[in-house]
Design a protein around this ligand. Sequence first.
Ligand code: OAD
Length: 229
Amino acid sequence: MSAGRLVILTGAGLSAESGLGTFRGAGGLWKGHDATRLATPDAFARDPETVLDFYRMRLEVASHAAPNPAHLALARLSHAHPALTLITQNVDSLLEHGGATGVIHMHGTLESGLCPVCGHRWTVERYDIDVCCPGCGHRPIRPDVVWFGEMPRHMPKIEAALARANTFVAIGTSGSVWPAAGFVAEAAQAQSLEINLEPSDIAQEFDTGRYGPASEIVPIWVDEVLATL
Ligand code: OAD
């Protein structure tokens, strides 16, 4: 695999070795927590305090995490590759903290607050029921993330990149959440590669797979791509 128009999709497995939990599998966030009570607009309307407690915990964990070698390798690639679309489902900012540019956050970002009334967005330090929007004073505020039942962000741009891609690579994602699970099929013209700890639910849809920890596999693969540029 080499240059051409490259689309990369990353998921929670990319940040697992930075200490952020994945969602599914043993110890996953959705094993210990009920997503329907924590990550839906209805849950926020019913019980904002419980939802904000969950996101306060996640923001605290993310703010102490450091990029791992996989984030750093993708950051190098983001500067060197002439036609890269780098998409993440992750709400952490570890790709950016590793130096990556142009990251498309299809599920939003944890570090950004969103006022449900005036739409103001800003960098938050903590989530709590008493935190007010600095724009209009409303509370409670919400995290600027995509919840179940909401539209992922930047879909027209993502779909255009998938339609043009020569290469599609999914890194550290289980392939169980739509629309991201459908990206490999949408990139119909592309050679596809899955990089994951183990074959995902949709491994059979990829042309090839490389399996092991992202911190080991991704830097090797990135060096191979850089050598072709
Ligand atoms: P998942 O938790 O569903 O899947 C994480 C994948 O990463 C699994 O296939 C693991 O095998 C793999 N993995 C774990 N550790 C790894 C490592 N060190 N190196 C490489 N791979 C590793 O997470 P996502 O697929 O990202 O959405 O989940 C997608 C969406 O579901 C999330 O964005 C979130 C969640 O509900 C929302 O909250 C809207």
